[in-house]
Design a protein. Structure first.
Length: 157
């Protein structure tokens, strides 16, 4: 599961994506609209700013706006910045690989092989999901063009 920081970061980026171009949105306004702590949001926005996902302007008319990638920011990049590696175990990570202490032979480990596949599928899905695609989905929901997906229960034995 995503941690609260990552969830708030995604929602804050979507909030900024809904704003008009060339409009600076104060952190307090975003925090109030999302119902989250301004101080916590400012820390999140600071991390996103350090990676150029958002830009900021100080002063009375200042605030935050999307960075240069704009609506093409993908979930994979957001998750990596705010949460860290996407893999479930270090041995399944591409960027942060570390062999597991429990594994006697990493070259023949079924756990690692399975979790690398999960990691690859997850990264592919997260990279394919951009702010633009999420905003389009919201519009489609509002217009009744599509319905929200719901988790499929596992019915196996």
């Amino acid at each position: 599961m995503l941690n609260r920081k990552t969830t708030y970061g995604i929602h804050a980026l979507l909030f900024l994506a809904r704003q008009e171009d060339d409009v600076w949105t104060p952190a307090g306004y975003i925090a109030s609209a999302l119902g989250i702590s301004k101080k916590f949001l400012e820390r999140i926005l600071s991390e996103l700013r350090a990676e150029s996902m958002v830009q900021s302007q100080s002063g009375r008319d200042g605030g935050y706006a999307l960075g240069s990638e704009g609506l093409q920011i993908c979930l994979a990049d957001i998750v990596r910045i705010l949460e860290g590696p996407i893999a479930l175990l270090p041995c399944a990570s591409h960027r942060f690989y570390t062999p597991c202490a429990e594994c006697p032979n990493p070259d023949q480990c079924g756990v690692q092989d399975a979790l690398v596949q999960v990691r690859n599928d997850t990264v592919h899905s997260l990279k394919a999901t951009t702010l633009a695609s999420m905003l389009q989905a919201e519009q489609d929901f509002q217009k009744g063009k599509t319905q929200m997906r719901r988790p499929t229960p596992y019915l196996g034995i």
